[in-house]
Design a protein around this ligand. Structure first.
Ligand SMILES: *Cc1c(COP(=O)(O)O)cnc(C)c1O
Length: 388
């Protein structure tokens, strides 16, 4: 049959949230006021000065034609200046930065540039699913590295067998972490860079949440680590920092050969980011940053509200100063999926079952703090009535 899906599509893991989506729609149809803390998509609008920059740029016919594939020089220079300012890292915008149609796009295409069929990617789990699917689409094989509470949600590098390491090409890390909210200490990055050099690995560091924090500074960038420039590429996004998930703009930065490979794939697949969006992205990066700090404080406040309700219900969470996620331990005797269904049925609250991000997420649930404080107070009140 010609309409049959390719083997690679058939090899994708099943969509684990289907049953939860069904129950949510059913509960809603019953007239329940459902509070959705499922999807990691900021609820607040993009700050006004960024929207204004887009409007101005959209009116300029120069921006109506094909963009430069790897990004406007000005955009890449602005990103390089940002690394200098935020992380003390010197980058050459022309060769060490590439703009992306959102970091998901870059993460998904990167393996096409560096994996041959059968090559292995070391993929943390639970995690953002794109590391796995990007590897799969490139003909690679994912080897999972469980992120466990007892290891502070860092992968145990020593647990990866030599046979696997000999075939491995890429190692993915993501801190601050989705779904757990965990962060990585500097020592971990130092060890990771040494490990990558020893085994000839490319480090792909997904830093989408580095600015989503209520601490005074950003999470460390792996590019700050001496020697990281030889082995690492960092994927970054404006989506979470500036509430710009719909705009589709991000970047990759780091080792020039890694950036070049990604750029070669991209020039064959897409034609870059709408220049007006790049100009608006530059306005975001170079403009006032008080909006970012304010979002951080807001997430902290929201977190306190929800965590207090969860505590009253007898549910423990992972402490963190980063991301807008709350990683909760499912009460003993329940599976993640059962717990999520129960919250929905009994409290009208949507939380994502942890096993949807990988097998080690079983026993956990993720709440995204993407509703205003009064809604979270309502959710907390309903949750507090459930006694586990
Ligand atoms: C949201 C997210 C991204 C992707 O964001 P884009 O909108 O594609 O830039 C990447 N990694 C993680 C872990 C995310 O949660």
């Amino acid at each position: 049959m010609p309409q049959e899906f390719s083997d690679r599509l058939k090899a994708l893991p099943p969509y684990l949230f289907k049953e939860l989506d069904r129950v949510r729609d059913e509960v809603r149809a019953r007239g329940v006021d459902v509070i959705d803390l499922g999807v990691g998509d900021p609820d607040r609008p993009t700050p006004g000065h960024i929207v204004e920059a887009l409007k101005r740029a959209a009116e300029d016919p120069k921006n109506h034609q094909y963009p430069v594939y790897s990004g406007m020089n000005a955009f890449r220079d602005v990103v390089a200046a940002w690394y200098k300012r935020r992380h003390g890292v010197e980058l050459d915008g022309a060769t060490e930065v590439c703009s992306l149609i959102g970091s998901k796009e870059g993460l998904a295409q990167f393996p096409l540039a560096f994996l041959n069929p059968g090559d292995v990617s070391l993929v943390p789990e639970p995690s953002y699913p794109v590391y796995r699917s990007g590897t799969l689409f490139a003909g690679g094989v994912s080897h999972y590295m469980p992120l466990l509470a007892k290891n502070n949600y860092l992968p145990d590098l020593d647990a990866v067998g030599e046979d696997v390491l000999k075939k491995a090409k890429i190692i993915y890390v993501n801190y601050p972490n989705n779904p757990t909210g965990a962060s990585a200490p500097e020592e971990f990055y130092v060890r990771l860079v040494a490990f990558a050099k020893k085994w000839g690995l490319i480090v792909v560091s997904d830093a989408a949440y580095s600015e989503v924090t209520w601490l005074p500074g950003p999470h460390k960038s792996i590019l700050e680590i001496p020697g990281a420039g030889d082995v690492a590429v960092e994927f970054h996004s404006l989506s979470k920092t500036y509430n710009m998930t719909g705009w589709r703009v991000g970047w990759a930065a780091g080792n020039a050969t890694l950036i070049k490979g990604l750029g070669l794939v991209k020039s064959n697949v897409d034609s870059g980011v709408f220049q007006a969006v790049q100009l608006a992205g530059m306005a975001a990066i170079e403009g006032p940053q008080d909006c970012v700090a304010a979002m951080g404080r807001l997430y902290e406040e929201r977190r306190l509200v929800l965590v207090e309700g969860l505590a009253r219900a007898g549910i423990e969470v992972l402490k963190t100063d980063h991301t807008f996620y709350v990683w909760a331990t499912v009460p003993r005797g329940l599976k993640s999926a059962e717990f999520s269904s129960l919250l929905l049925e009994k409290a009208g609250v949507v939380a994502t079952p942890g096993n949807g991000f990988g097998p080690s997420g079983e026993g956990y649930a993720r709440f995204a703090l993407v509703q205003e404080v009064p809604r979270l107070q309502e959710a907390a009140g309903r949750l507090a009535k459930l006694k586990f």
